[in-house]
Write a protein that binds this ligand. Structure first.
Ligand SMILES: [Zn+2]
Length: 73
C-alpha cells in the first residue's frame, strides 16, 4: 500500500499568490517506506510545485559564496 503524508510548512510563503503558512507538503512513499514524490501545494490558490524546484535560488546563492571562499589556487 502506498502512503501519503501531508504537513504544513511553517513560515513558508507561496510563490504564486504570496500567502504565508498555506503551503502543504505532500510526501508520497511506497510500501517499503521509500519516498517517491514530494510535492508542495498552496491551499489558498491550489498552486502545486515540486519541493526541489522552489529553493533553487537560495542554493545557487550559497554555491556562489562557497566558490568565493574556497579557491583551490
Ligand atoms: Zn498560493
Amino acid at each position: 500500500m502506498a502512503r501519503t503524508r501531508k504537513r504544513f510548512i511553517a513560515g513558508a510563503e507561496c510563490p504564486a499568490c504570496g500567502a504565508a503558512d498555506t503551503l502543504q507538503l505532500t510526501i508520497s512513499s511506497d510500501a517499503a517506506g521509500n519516498v517517491r514524490e514530494e510535492q508542495v501545494q498552496c491551499v489558498a490558490c491550489q498552486h502545486t510545485f515540486s519541493d526541489k524546484e522552489e529553493p533553487q535560488q537560495q542554493t545557487s546563492a550559497k554555491d556562489d559564496t562557497l566558490i568565493g571562499l574556497f579557491k583551490p589556487e
